[in-house]
Design a protein around this ligand. Structure first.
Ligand code: SF4
Length: 289
């Protein structure tokens, strides 16, 4: 079981594909407001007691959370494996403070070129990503480029692989969450992704490609197992189930679940059940060991 911990919904960039920074309900609704850190640390203990072994910290931009160091120290103390996604704007300044407290740092990068990445993120972030890579390398942190693939950005896959080679950093391929964003990708695109994924420093879960090919979650026969495999915590410390995007509905069966490919929920889902996704998940985990 893993935990998706939405530490804060504050954000310091304006990405074109995300509404966290602009959605008024995230600013107004009580459940999205940040609880005092003391309460959040108790929630973290509770999460661990429920059998969670892996903690992924997300948001918003988690590096905006002032007491992140304290939160991570607690997470390590109670034996959690930790990872965090960041847009890199603040990482170079806060890297020392959180050094050694994260098993994996995911640095978001949408394009291997400054102009395109800065446009996609609404802020001049490209150089911050490079500075973050250099900082993480100096501090011997395990950082990974988190490359979101759309029908547009996937065209730059060879250049992105080259970029990662140049900086000697691993690249995790993350197709966008919804089928309309990928429109399934052409067969040739999927073949190209598979080709580059053979590289030592490029990673994609094989079940992801299979799931895209099959048009994501089918609400008539849902593959989503978010409720069984993921605990979602909101900034207020409240739990959301089955997932952040569908907080009161049936798992995998609501309108929002049509063709859903929200990987933070789907990847853990593939680890249960008896089908080809489960088999591919088993294979992937075996290879990773
Ligand atoms: S929206 Fe949530 S509940 Fe629905 S399929 Fe996606 S992850 Fe599952």
């Amino acid at each position: 079981m893993i935990c998706q911990f939405y530490l804060t919904l504050r954000c310091n960039v304006e990405c074109e594909f995300c509404d966290v920074w602009s959605n008024p309900s995230y600013q107004k609704e009580e459940k999205y407001q940040e609880a005092p850190t003391e309460k959040i640390l108790i929630v973290l203990e509770n999460v661990r007691e429920r059998g969670v072994e892996e903690l992924h910290i997300t948001g918003g931009e988690p590096l905006l959370y002032e007491k992140l160091g304290l939160f991570l120290e607690k997470a390590k103390k109670i034996g959690l494996k930790t990872s965090l996604s960041t847009n890199c704007l603040l990482y170079p300044d806060r890297a020392e403070e959180i050094k050694g407290l994260l098993d994996t740092l995911y640095f978001s990068l949408d394009y291997p070129f400054a102009e395109e990445h800065n446009r996609s993120r609404g802020r001049p972030l490209f150089n911050k990503v490079i500075k973050s890579i250099e900082t993480a390398t100096r501090l011997k942190e395990n950082a990974v480029i988190f490359y979101t693939l759309t029908r547009d950005s996937v065209l730059y896959l060879p250049e992105m692989v080259e970029f990662c080679d140049k900086f000697n950093i691993n690249c995790y391929l993350n197709p966008v969450y919804d089928f309309s964003g990928t429109q399934g990708f052409e067969k040739a695109t999927l073949d190209s992704i598979r080709y580059f994924a053979k590289r030592k420093n490029v990673f994609i879960h094989p079940a992801v490609l299979e799931f895209i090919k099959n048009r994501g979650n089918n609400i008539a026969r849902p593959r989503c197992r978010a409720a069984e495999t993921v605990i979602t915590v909101l900034p207020s410390g409240r739990f959301a189930s089955p997932c952040f995007f569908n907080q009161a509905g049936r798992e995998g069966k609501e309108d929002i679940c049509v063709s859903c490919m929200r990987w933070p929920y789907m990847l853990p889902s593939f680890a249960v059940g008896f089908d080809r996704y489960r088999f591919l998940d088993w294979l992937y985990r075996r290879q990773k060991k």
